[in-house]
Design a protein around this ligand. Structure first.
Ligand SMILES: Nc1ncnc2c1ncn2[C@@H]1O[C@H](COP(=O)(O)OP(=O)(O)OP(=O)(O)O)[C@@H](O)[C@H]1O
Length: 251
């Protein structure tokens, strides 16, 4: 019997079917997924399996042909519902240029808080705090278009964190990052208490930042059990990809 006292997951996908127009087979079929508060999930799957598309469905950027998206236990129906979800779930795009559109870094990072209704001054303070947390203060007045790919990625993360989200969806966050920036990102994510859903082909990064893996394969999502005490990545044959598993799984 369901535990009625269990808190609702932050995000839930119920019975999702989605296909792009013109494609004969849907990308997702009867897909189910839950992201509980503070859970850290790595989303893996072959190229073209639909990982980015899944993040876009969660954010309401693509509408499924069937099924429901829930935020904190409530099904999303209206534009206002989507607005609420987007205020609490931050999406860091694969391409930072899709995320950064203001002339300066500070303006970009203050944009989200302004949208949440904070005053200009409060939004600026929030943006500066967020940049300081990420050790990016030196970039505050920089023109966004002059940043390197790695700097843009961290600033894109700052634009989302400035909104104090309950969950972060990150699409291939280590692309464009050199070794130091990648380590900085790992440190930053470790310090957060938000839920995480990270799409990545970087196994080592997922091993360090997440505690469960979900694999997209043939339109379905398969998630392993909790991996909290003992986890490792190895070349276990499941869909031909390495995966992480917990004590309960056979090695
Ligand atoms: N706007 C679109 N219109 C039509 N087809 C699309 C569109 N966006 C993606 N697709 C197709 O949908 C499938 C899934 O794409 P998606 O980018 O979600 O996969 P992915 O798992 O993130 O891939 P990768 O690991 O290569 O980043 C691919 O076959 C892709 O070509």
């Amino acid at each position: 019997m369901a535990d009625m006292s269990a808190p609702s997951p932050l995000v839930r996908l119920q019975d999702i079917r989605f296909g792009f127009p013109g494609h004969t087979t849907p990308l997702f079929n009867d897909l189910e997924f839950s992201l509980p508060a503070q859970e850290r999930i790595g989303l893996i799957g072959p190229n073209g399996s639909g990982k980015t598309t899944l993040l876009r469905v969660i954010m309401g950027l693509l509408a499924p042909q069937h099924g429901n998206v829930f935020f904190s236990g409530s099904p999303i129906h209206t534009r206002e519902d989507w607005r609420t979800l987007r205020q609490h779930i931050g999406f860091v795009f694969q391409d930072s240029d899709d995320q950064l559109f203001c002339p300066t870094v500070l303006e970009d990072v203050a944009f989200g808080p302004r949208n949440l209704g904070l005053s200009r001054e409060h939004a600026r303070t929030r943006a500066l705090e967020t940049l300081a947390d990420l050790e990016l203060t030196a970039l505050a007045e920089a023109m966004t278009h002059t940043l390197s790919g790695g700097q843009k990625k961290l600033v894109a993360l700052a634009t989302v964190l400035a909104m104090r989200p309950q969950a972060l969806l990150l699409d291939e966050p280590t692309n464009d990052l050199d070794h130091d920036a990648r380590n900085r990102l790992i440190d930053i994510l470790e310090r957060l208490d938000t839920a995480l859903l990270i799409v990545s082909h970087d196994w080592d990064f997922l091993d360090q930042t997440t505690s469960r893996l979900c694999e997209l394969h043939a339109g379905q999502l398969e998630c392993n059990g909790n991996v909290t005490l003992h986890s490792h990545v190895h070349a276990h044959v499941r869909g031909g990809v390495p995966h992480k598993h917990g004590d309960s799984s056979p090695s």
